[in-house]
Ligand binder design. Structure first.
Ligand code: 5AD
Ligand code: SF4
Length: 442
């Protein structure tokens, strides 16, 4: 199919993995928007397909290759179609992607999105550009300003990369060393978002509570940044993710007690409940450290909803270690949590260690998931009869129904007049389903 004259080119983006990728995909769409591209929901219509990929576990990385295979007939039908691989698989594998999948036209690493428009032009000229260098400049400074956002919630990346080097994790290699964006840039981006109608901002970073951006008088921690953001009129909710227990500074914990705009939900991955495994993972904290930290956070904000990540079957994990993870889950009581089967990642220290048999890891994963699910259900059910703040985002599936998120990040549905995107209301929860709550305006 040839393009009608004057018709804008169309961009299809598929995003894998974490919220940082969601944010990056939006910024890539904006960068290409400045070149005249508009977003499309279908590959058939697209002139440019971008896969914004995730390398965190093998399954995520392999999915990219099977999706690339599925793009082949589209490319055959429309030879002008350009296909780009972005994100962490691009960063980690670079030109190898072209060798394995020659239909790919460009490979852009996660730090180089400001160069995307030039790379697309090079691809159109018949080149196969690859850029996975860690540039000296900050990609965010060079990307165009964010245009109008029609949604009440937005992500804002404040920090990228990680220096923690957990033995299983590719992030320090794919996203590079920890960098924090300067305070002034974050505040002005937040102000612009709020001026366009955004009411809730989630601050993003691989290690977001390790934030130490340049601000007035020196480096600011995340607690101070949150308090400065909270002074923006019209911004009603602030969240942040993902955090490391060792970076949970006192002033951030205090902010949870003192700053009503900071929502009572915290994702704080612990990975394991066994000190032996935590040591082998290079986590640099014990299970007891984590439990004491949770006590301090709950002392500041008693109703806080906690969430975490766990890995099943890390190399060397014994049955007793696994039981220690279950014990930790029981003693904390999580509102939500995620568990993953250990996946050896090339280039990480743990990749060379002898693994736990796959069936054993599977069985442990199931046990973790069953316990987590039961805690999650109990947490959902404990909401029934309570009144909670809900920020509505979009119409629900049924006519007259609106969906939004509670202060504790539950999905909530309400059928009522007068609700629109961005309405913040008190809702009395009347019923709990496995994945969402129903309620009435209080
Ligand atoms: N195998 C399994 N899970 C992993 N995670 C990170 N790397 C691996 C890996 N190699 C999990 C951790 C992390 C979450 C984002 O993904 O639990 O917190
Ligand atoms: Fe990976 Fe998080 Fe550990 Fe950093 S702190 S290495 S991102 S698991």
């Amino acid at each position: 199919m040839t393009q009608a004259p004057g018709e804008p080119k169309k961009l299809y983006i598929k995003t894998y993995g974490c919220q940082m990728n969601v944010y990056d995909s939006e910024r890539m769409a904006e960068a290409m928007g400045a070149e005249g591209y508009v977003l499309t929901e279908t590959v058939e219509e697209a002139d440019l397909v971008l896969l914004n990929t995730c390398h965190i576990r093998e399954k995520a990385a392999e999915k990219v290759y099977s999706d690339l295979g599925r793009l082949r007939p589209f490319k055959e039908a429309k030879p002008d179609l350009k296909i780009g691989v972005a994100g962490c698989v691009a960063q980690a594998e670079g030109a190898e992607i072209l060798a394995r999948m020659p239909l790919v036209d460009l490979v852009v690493g996660s730090q180089n999105y400001h160069r995307l428009p030039a790379m697309v032009k090079a691809a159109e000229a018949g080149e196969q550009p690859v850029d996975t260098e860690f540039p000296a400049e900050d990609k965010f400074d060079l990307l165009p300003e964010r245009p109008v956002q029609a949604r009440p919630t937005a992500f804002l990346t404040v920090q990228e990369g990680c220096d923690k080097f957990c033995a299983f994790c590719v992030v320090p290699y794919t996203r590079g060393a920890e960098i924090s964006r300067p305070v002034a840039r974050i505040l002005s981006e937040a102000e612009r978002l709020v001026a366009k109608g955004v009411r809730e901002i989630t601050l993003l970073g691989q290690n977001v509570n390790g934030y130490h951006g340049e601000g007035q008088g020196g480096a600011w921690g995340l607690g101070r940044l949150v308090r400065a953001l909270a002074r923006i009129d019209g911004l009603v909710r602030i969240r942040y993710t993902t955090s490391h227990p060792n970076d949970m500074a006192d002033d951030l914990i205090e902010a949870h007690g003192a700053e009503p705009k900071l929502m009572p939900y915290l994702h704080l991955p612990v990975q394991s409940g066994s000190d032996r495994v935590l040591k082998a993972m290079n986590r640099k904290h014990t299970a007891e450290d984590y439990l004491r930290l949770i006590e301090r956070i709950r002392a500041a904000r008693p109703d806080i909803m906690l969430s975490s990540d766990f890995i099943a079957g890390f190399p060397g994990e014994s049955d007793a270690d696994h039981q220690a993870s279950l014990d930790l889950i029981r003693s904390v009581g999580f509102g939500a949590a995620f568990s993953f089967k250990y996946s050896p990642r090339p280039g990480t220290p743990a990749a060379n260690r002898e693994g736990v048999p796959s069936e054993v890891a599977d069985a442990r994963l199931q046990e973790l998931q069953a316990l987590i699910t039961s805690q999650q259900r109990a947490a959902q059910e404990s909401m029934v009869g309570r009144s909670v703040g809900v920020l509505f985002e979009k119409p629900g599936r049924m006519a007259g129904q609106w969906g939004g998120k509670s202060d504790y990040l539950h999905a909530v549905h309400v059928s009522a007049e007068g609700i629109g995107p961005g309405t913040l209301a008190r809702v009395r929860i009347t019923a709990a389903g496995p994945n969402s709550l129903a309620g009435v305006l209080a």
